[in-house]
Design a protein around this ligand. Structure first.
Ligand SMILES: [Zn+2]
Length: 256
């Protein structure tokens, strides 16, 4: 811990700029600290009591046990170590889901759909970060990268599955497709949070209704229809926030 090795982020947003490579650094006084390892970074905000784990997607899995050992060696408080471990597990899970989607062809499906809507192609998700900064969010993106997943990712997936009456596999596809769609949105939509969310949910409803019609197997078709219904109900929630209501059973494609 020589002073020359200290890397202190002055603003919370700076963590996005932290490259997950280089040598580890740590400072033991209030503030935001980054511990940079070769393939990931652990960001600890002692003021807000939050811990993030940042990883360059595709650079490999994080071993939660060795992460724990390394953080113990750095005298990181126990509560932060537990959060970092949960974050690492979330990143591994998200990475699995991204690969699953590619393998199952659902990624190509979504790209085709978004292209048909005139949206730009989204890049292969570059960075992933597990975070507890946005407790209500399952995952979030800055429009370029998927930058966050909730540290309690599995619990959030279960909640989406339960709320939407769909299986977990479909809930994963809905969640990751939602974030990818943000990545494809034009900047003029993305810059307004309300428009961005409403637009994504309507796109998700359309996309999953189309998938429900296309797929032959009745069970999968039903699952996709439920994902579409879920997206439409979220769109309706956004509208009700500004005093508008979407009719619950409207065929919005015919209405449009
Ligand atoms: Zn969103």
């Amino acid at each position: 811990m020589t002073p020359g090795n200290i890397f202190l982020n002055r603003a919370a947003d700076d963590y996005r700029l932290a490259e997950p490579r280089g040598r580890k650094v740590f400072l033991r006084s209030p503030g935001i600290y980054s511990i940079l390892y070769p393939d990931y970074a652990v960001i600890i905000d002692t003021l807000n009591g939050t811990t993030d784990v940042v990883q360059e997607n595709g650079s490999g899995r994080i071993d939660p046990e060795s992460l724990e050992a390394r953080l113990e060696r750095d005298h990181v408080p126990r509560s932060h170590i537990i959060e970092a471990k949960n974050g690492a597990k979330s990143l591994n899970t998200l990475d699995d889901r991204l690969k699953d989607q590619e393998a199952a062809g659902t990624d190509a499906d979504l790209r085709t759909y978004l292209r048909s809507q005139g949206y730009r192609d989204y890049p292969v998700p570059k960075y992933a970060m597990a975070s507890n900064r946005h407790k209500g969010a399952v995952a979030f993106t800055d429009g370029q990268k998927i930058i966050g997943v909730n540290t309690d990712y599995e619990a959030m997936v279960s909640r989406v599955a339960k709320d939407g009456g769909m299986d977990k596999k479909t809930a994963y596809e809905y969640i990751v497709s939602h974030e990818k769609t943000h990545m494809a949105q034009p900047k003029r939509i993305l810059q307004n949070k309300f428009h961005a969310e409403l637009d994504v949910e309507l796109k998700m409803a359309d996309h999953f209704y189309q998938k429900a019609q296309k797929v032959k197997e009745p069970y999968r078709s039903e699952q996709y229809r439920k994902a579409a219904d879920y997206a439409l109900s979220r769109a309706s929630q956004y509208l009700s926030q500004v005093g508008m209501k979407a009719a619950p059973s409207v065929d919005y494609r015919r209405a449009a």
